[in-house]
Design a protein. Structure first.
Length: 268
């Protein structure tokens, strides 16, 4: 297949869906994968009706066997893997001690374990596609640990380190590994989430804006490598402050933003 390809997890809704639609509109053959079969069917219809091409499949990112099957099927049909977008994730908000250990573990399994499993399985296909890229969805909530989002932020901090390491390791294979950093995005993931930081900072980004950011950063391959890309004014401001402000000031600012009353919400 001569068309470039993109393989997107968590593609049935939210950021993943918006990204799939956008890449399809730009001529990419899209691989859209999720646990939501109904959402995938609707996405496929929208892309096909708009003249794009797409393959879909059920994928639980914590299941290594499903990763192997979906990637083998996609690469077998297309012969290439230009971009892997690790978008699938879950969030549970609330006081750390009030969230059951099984819920904490699920966040780790999906947000970190799923990225490790999928990226590992995708390596051979990325390696054999010149100029391949991996895009990991990080989060501005990982710039500094956020109360009521402790485990979620921890997984995103781990994704930061994983991205940096693989970007260095895989440079010799001509594989670029980058992370995008939005703050709170108006998707089902944050429906019902009422943390102090969501109240103080608001939910200002749309899925379409994040998708546009992903498209833009996958076009940028400058002479000086860059790994992390903040999306939105708030994320850029927080990252800049964390980089240059004294640690006590960063802690104080985060304490201020998260200092309202505790709230809780769930999403998957």
């Amino acid at each position: 297949m001569s068309s470039p390809t993109v393989f997107i997890t968590g593609a049935a809704a939210g950021i993943g869906r918006a990204t799939a639609v956008l890449f399809a509109a730009h001529g990419y053959h899209v691989g859209a994968y999720d646990i939501d079969e109904v959402g995938l069917t609707r996405l496929a219809a929208d892309i096909t009706n708009a003249g794009g091409t797409v393959r879909t499949g059920v994928l639980d990112v914590t299941n290594a066997t499903q990763w192997a099957e979906r990637l083998t099927d996609f690469h077998g049909a297309t012969g290439r893997l230009d971009i892997l977008i690790n978008n699938a994730g879950i969030l549970r908000a609330g006081a750390f001690e009030e969230i059951e250990p099984t819920a904490h573990q699920a966040i780790v399994d999906v947000n970190l374990g799923g990225v490790i499993a999928g990226t590992h399985e995708a390596f051979r296909y990325l390696r054999d596609t010149p100029g391949a890229q991996v895009v990991n969805l990080c989060s501005a909530s990982a710039i500094y640990g956020q109360p009521e989002l402790a485990t979620y932020g921890a997984t995103k901090s781990a994704i930061k380190s994983l991205t940096e390491a693989l970007d260095l390791e895989w440079e010799r294979h001509d594989i670029r590994v980058i992370a995008v950093w939005p703050l709170f995005v108006a998707t089902a993931m944050v429906d019902g989430v009422q943390t102090a930081s969501t109240k103080s900072l608001g939910v200002r980004l749309t899925a379409a804006e994040v998708a546009a950011g992903i498209w833009d950063v996958t076009r940028k391959r400058g002479r000086l490598p860059k790994v992390h890309y903040e999306i939105g004014i708030q994320a850029k401001a927080l990252a800049l402050a964390a980089k240059y402000a004294p640690s006590w000031a960063v802690r104080t600012a985060n304490k201020f933003f998260s200092g309202g009353g505790a709230g809780a919400g769930t999403s998957s």
